[in-house]
Write a protein that binds this ligand. Structure first.
Ligand code: A3P
Length: 342
């Protein structure tokens, strides 16, 4: 040490020995990390998803905007092919009904190894400005996928905007469609509650469900109320049937989806022509909220905005709604050949 010049590394012999042993270990570690990063062209996505999933578990799942189930590449070959994948147009669209469980379907589909989905709603077919950007823009919104995987997209407003069925048909007349329904009365309450919550967070006033559902002048049902309108499944489905045969539309029972998701997801997988996958063990019932979460690569629950506690609605208003929907529901059953207990 004593004869050490300023440009020399000055170490005792024992320190040199330790350095001699630890440097190769350090180099091996750095090398392994570098190989891992270079094999992941999707590294930023991988990182974000990883961090996000940790947050979802550690923050009691609730305050986060979305659930992201991580797809674990099956093996090394899959990993390499995955990094070579490109975006594809959707093979299937979830066309509604909003507040019937569309997000749950999308997230449950996303855990299937053969399915990918965009993280956010694209608003392509319902928004004129986006639609004008063209198919190339739409394709850019899609996640990368392998030729063996299918892409599924959902935008809540595809259900309500009248031009959407024709636009979808023009793009792909053989696309598969998922149409989720639930009891139209509770769906209407959920629809209103959603807007009510949005207004409340912005510290704005919003009428109660009863105030909007009943015409104060005559005490009759206000059937123009958007929450009631959107529960008229028969009318909305007819608009799609102008362009697509019923065989291309799979009707999903939203109540069953809530109570036994694995029983609903298996027929959806068959309809989409993907491998059998769904098992009861892939779902975990969150005891605090009473809704199923994904139990695959960790536990992932939908955010708090999905599965809100509904307010108590005046029983007289509920009765009026039930009788108003009766005929509409029958029409829907006749049209689809399916019956529901509503
Ligand atoms: P509520 O909030 O009224 O309970 P959408 O995603 O189409 O907006 O639908 C939201 C509805 O999905 C929720 O309505 C909830 O009932 C239903 N849902 C079904 N399965 C769910 C799940 N596993 N977790 C959360 N919500 C679920």
């Amino acid at each position: 040490m004593s004869g050490c010049r300023w440009h020399q590394i000055c170490l005792y012999p024992c320190q040199r020995r330790r350095l001699f042993i630890s440097v190769p270990f350090l180099l091996c570690f750095v090398f392994a990390v570098a190989i891992f990063i270079s094999s992941q062209t999707r590294f930023p996505v991988f990182l974000i998803r990883g961090v996000h999933s940790i947050l979802l578990v550690s923050k009691n799942h609730d305050d986060l905007p979305k659930v992201h189930a991580i797809k674990t590449p099956v093996n090394e070959t899959h990993l390499k092919r995955f990094s070579n994948s490109t975006p594809h147009f959707p093979h299937c669209l979830i066309i509604g009904v909003c507040k019937a469980g569309t997000r749950a379907i999308l997230e449950f589909l996303n855990m299937h190894p053969d399915v990918v989905r965009p993280m956010f709603e694209t608003h392509f077919f319902d928004n004129v400005a986006n639609y004008k950007k063209g198919y190339r823009w739409y394709l850019q919104q899609m996640p990368k996928s392998l030729p063996s995987q299918i892409t599924v997209e959902k935008t809540a407003m595809y259900y309500a905007v009248p031009e959407v069925p024709q636009r979808v048909h023009e793009m792909n007349s053989s696309i598969k469609l998922l149409f989720v329904v639930r009891d139209p009365v509770s769906r209407a309450v959920s629809d209103h509650l959603h807007m009510f919550t949005v207004y409340k967070t912005r510290k704005l006033k919003y009428k109660t469900f009863e105030e909007m559902a009943i015409n104060p002048a005559n005490g009759k049902l206000n059937t123009k109320f958007y929450a009631i309108q959107r529960s008229l499944y028969y009318r909305y489905l007819q608009k799609w049937l102008k362009y697509f045969p019923l065989s291309q539309i799979h009707i999903v029972d939203g109540e069953k989806l809530r109570l036994r998701p694995w029983e609903v997801m298996s027929p959806i997988a068959d309809f989409l022509g993907i491998r059998k996958f769904y098992d009861k063990s892939y779902f975990y019932l969150n005891p605090d909220r009473g809704f199923y979460c994904i139990n695959f690569n960790g536990i992932h629950c939908l955010p708090k905005s999905k599965g809100r506690e509904h307010p108590a609605v005046d029983p007289k208003v509920l009765k009026k709604l039930k009788s108003f929907f009766r005929k509409e529901n029958e029409n829907f059953y006749n049209l689809t050949g399916r019956t529901f207990p509503w």
